[in-house]
Design a protein around this ligand. Structure first.
Ligand code: DX5
Ligand code: ZN
Length: 216
């Protein structure tokens, strides 16, 4: 299966969000990646439900919504109504992670679980068969444009092994510091989805950046 590219709108021009959403729509990228931050789980605030709802009207491709918020359970239905197709919660933010996964699926979305750089992939063992996406953070969440953490390669290899052992079909998504310098090696190691913010919207030519991160 060819890998999926999910540009992160966190690095888009927030004064021109419609333009940047349409840029993704007209590109080789398959998903939109939307980073929701609450200033509590992560030391930054981004955007939330009304913004997602507003840009949904200009997009047909799936919305991959990455919740970096505490107590995500209380907003599952609201994010579905705003237009999320894949809803990802952080393992570190969920006391009853399995219940959160069930609630996301019951609301009609695909369920993702994100893990911070310090969280071992082994902690996913008992939920891996129940989820659709693992969002493996390759930076500490909260900001775009950070440096990729090289330990991620070993974690991808561990997750590929765990996925086989548990019979899971979850996609492995890598989020943070992805660029032309590491994209091919990430996919060769086992990544199915690459999130890219700064390397797309910080580029001189975002369309060309999407093309080069998609076509290999
Ligand atoms: C980080 C977010 C990422 C971020 C990636 O907290 O989850 O999705 O936008 O940005 P880059 O690709 O710039 O590291
Ligand atoms: Zn993200």
């Amino acid at each position: 299966m060819p890998h999926i590219l999910a540009p992160s709108l966190l690095s888009a021009d927030f004064a021109n969000l419609q333009r940047d959403v349409e840029l993704i729509e007209g590109s080789e990228a398959a998903w939109h990646h939307l980073d929701v931050m609450d200033g509590v789980f992560v030391p930054n605030i981004s955007f939330g439900l009304p913004v997602i709802k507003a840009i949904r009207k200009h997009a047909k491709k799936p919305f991959d919504v990455h919740l970096m918020i505490v107590n995500p359970d209380q907003f599952i239905g609201a994010f579905r109504d705003a237009g999320a197709d894949i809803l990802t919660v952080h393992l570190e933010a969920c006391t009853h992670l399995h219940r959160s996964i069930q609630a996301i699926k019951a609301a009609g979305m695909k369920a993702g679980v994100a893990i911070n750089p310090h969280t071992t992939v082994r902690s996913l063992e008992d939920v891996l068969a129940d989820i659709d996406v693992v969002c493996m953070m390759s930076v500490n969440p909260g900001f775009g444009g950070q440096q990729f953490i090289a330990r991620t390669y070993a974690k991808i290899a561990d997750l590929v092994e765990l996925r086989t052992r548990t019979g899971s079909k979850a996609l492995i998504e890598i989020d943070g510091g992805v660029s032309a310098a590491n994209a091919a090696q990430l996919v060769a190691t086992g990544a199915d989805v690459l999130v890219a913010g700064n390397s797309v919207f910080g580029a001189e030519d975002p369309r060309a950046a999407i093309r080069s991160l998609s076509a290999f």
